[in-house]
Design a protein around this ligand. Structure first.
Ligand SMILES: Nc1nc2c(c(=O)[nH]1)N[C@@H](CN(C=O)c1ccc(C(=O)N[C@@H](CCC(=O)O)C(=O)O)cc1)CN2
Length: 285
């Protein structure tokens, strides 16, 4: 069997087109949706990702501002700047690029962002809303994974889903989103004993560990859907995921590639969240 590919680039392009249309509708009402991105330090990958976010925004008609600060910025200064952006009615979404330099408490910084502008969905209020099924912003990576499942018409009801990884920004919210669609969800992690015994029974596997070859062909049920959130480099420096793509694609029914899978969807869902923030903030204006 050779798995069908879920093309993240193609799906992200469709979402960007939808965002462009909704942005145009807001602009026709005199509203310019706007995203503020904060980058602290010189992390090379973060510089690339934030630049992509600005370009994606511009392409879809959103106004994006990238504020860059030195790595030794104090937490007080960062918190003060976020408070200013919270108060600015022209700013609809605020994003602090992660990782932050070690001296900054990332969770504390994120919780300074107003939940109404938390387009990354990382605020504890956003996490709580997701958990109890109330309106709130969903973190962009798991949200993008859900859109990928939706794009293939996958019905999660009663299916066994295994999420490998328990981070606050991917693993845990991913599990909540799958649960909300009536999947039976298991979260596996670095202390899980006999990972293969869980994955072999899974109809859907989401790998979000940040380590190559966490999922190999012998661990996958034939026909399963495999979503690869990983973003790693192989020995040749080539971008690769957590999944042994060559092997697993011979067993799975559907698989997401890296690059061109979850990454572009993460960026697309940020645009969708920002637009939603702008629409909500300006409803009735
Ligand atoms: N504030 C945030 N920080 C971080 C997030 C986040 O969602 N919010 N996620 C990651 C990084 N990230 C977005 O910021 C991200 C990483 C990669 C991609 C992507 O499109 N990847 C491409 C390949 C890009 C390349 O060639 O390097 C792909 O997979 O095709 C999008 C978003 C950590 N920080």
């Amino acid at each position: 069997m050779t798995a069908h590919i879920i093309d993240g680039n193609a799906l992200a392009a469709k979402i960007r087109a939808e965002v462009s249309g909704r942005t145009a509708a807001l602009k026709a009402r005199g509203i310019q949706p706007a995203l503020s991105i904060i980058l602290v330090g010189e992390d090379p990958a973060s510089q690339v990702y934030t630049k992509h976010k600005v370009n994606d925004s511009t392409e879809t008609g959103l106004a994006a501002t990238l504020e860059r600060y030195p790595a030794d910025m104090t937490e007080a200064a960062l918190v003060k700047r976020i408070h200013e952006l919270n108060q600015d009615p022209a700013v609809h979404g605020i994003l602090v690029q992660l990782p932050l330099p070690k001296h900054l408490d990332a969770q504390k910084v994120i919780e300074t962002i107003s939940p109404a502008k938390d387009v990354d969905g990382f605020h504890v209020a956003s996490a709580g809303a997701l958990m109890v099924g109330r309106p709130g912003f969903w973190p962009c990576t798991p949200y993008g994974c859900m859109k990928m499942l939706e794009s293939i018409g996958y019905d999660l009801r009663g299916k066994n889903a295994v999420v490998i990884g328990r981070s606050n920004i991917v693993g845990k919210p991913m599990a909540m989103m799958l649960l909300a669609k009536d999947a039976t969800v298991t979260i596996c992690h670095s202390r899980t004993r006999d990972l293969k015994s869980f994955t072999l029974n899974a109809d859907v596997v989401v790998a979000a560990v940040g380590k190559r070859n966490v999922l190999t062909a012998d661990m996958v049920k034939p026909g399963a859907v495999v979503i690869d959130v990983g973003m790693n480099r192989n020995d040749e420096g080539k971008l690769c995921g957590d999944v042994d793509f060559a092997g697993v694609s011979q067993v799975a029914g559907w698989i997401t590639p890296v690059p061109g899978g979850v990454g572009p969807m993460t960026r697309a869902m940020l645009l969708a969240n920002t637009l939603e923030a702008a629409e909500t903030a300006t409803a009735g204006q």
